[in-house]
Design a binder for this molecule. Structure first.
Ligand SMILES: C[S@@+](CCC(N)C(=O)[O-])C[C@H]1O[C@@H](n2cnc3c(N)ncnc32)[C@H](O)[C@@H]1O
Length: 246
């Protein structure tokens, strides 16, 4: 059998020289810059690509790794009018952006990424933001339990109905001051559907906005069980009556 030789889907030079270069914290996404391995970076790229995301928003990125992958997918798709927005308040106790200088590799390689140097809360309250329909959102800013839950709640309202959200740092007890992983349990208890990959770097979950599963309601469950018992008793009696000897 002859095998046809195709070029790789992944471009080694682009990965090493642009996507993984000067990208601190890429390892926290499971990437291995020394060996040109993207880890969950490929998941971020795929989500943007798969959704043909016209509006990608990343909350917090010390190294600009996630927004690079979002934007690269939009570039590769040749999407007209597509936007990638990075919101970073240069704040908090979980390290700070390393791309503040305009001649940083990240800013030079992706000058069209819109950077909003402001907190996520501030951005969510802006008049122009209220019209957003985000196709793909990544949450990686405030790493406290309360702060990350607030980010989810504020930005979920700005999602397009078929959009998806990735949420970083779901691996429990990885750092003493990172508690955002607890937010995932809250969201699941509220009925949100999520696929969690806590073993990839510091863990990433993909969450579908909108509660597709209803919150368990004990009274409703009891009522349903009572109704099911009632119906099966009646059916049993009818069956017994039908098969009784005449
Ligand atoms: C720990 S870093 C993210 C590291 C990382 N996993 C990455 O991919 O680069 C967190 C970033 O979020 C920003 N940040 C923290 N709280 C924020 C908030 N409330 N709003 C916007 N950005 C915030 C910080 O300035 C920092 O750059």
């Amino acid at each position: 059998m002859t095998t046809l030789k195709h070029p790789s889907l992944l471009h080694d030079d682009l990965i090493s020289d642009v996507l993984l270069a000067d990208a601190p914290w890429a390892e926290s996404h499971g990437a291995d810059p020394q060996n040109g391995y993207l880890g969950a970076g490929l998941l971020y790229y795929t989500l943007a690509y798969m959704l043909r995301a016209k509006l990608c928003v990343c909350i917090g990125s010390g190294g600009g790794f996630v927004p690079r992958l979002m934007r690269q997918a939009q570039r590769d798709l040749g999407l007209d009018d597509a936007r990638t927005v990075l919101i970073d308040g240069n704040t908090g106790d979980w390290s700070r952006p390393q791309w503040l200088k305009e001649d940083s590799l990240f800013r030079k390689a992706y000058p069209e990424i819109e950077i909003l140097l402001a907190t996520s809360r501030d951005v969510s309250e802006r008049r122009e933001t209220r019209a957003w329909k985000i196709d793909y959102l990544h949450i990686d800013g405030d790493h406290s339990h309360a702060g990350s839950l607030e980010d989810f709640q504020r930005f979920e309202r700005l999602m397009s109905p078929r959009g998806l959200i990735s949420f970083h740092d779901t691996k429990p007890y990885e750092y003493f001051n990172v508690t955002c992983w607890k937010t995932l349990a809250d969201l699941r208890a509220e009925g949100y559907q999520a696929v969690d990959l806590p073993w990839i770097g510091c863990g990433t979950a993909v969450i579908a906005p909108g509660r597709s599963v209803r919150k368990p309601n004990p009274a409703r469950m009891l009522k349903r069980r009572y109704l099911q018992n009632f119906i099966s008793t009646i059916l049993r009696r009818i069956k017994a009556g039908l098969s009784a000897p005449k």
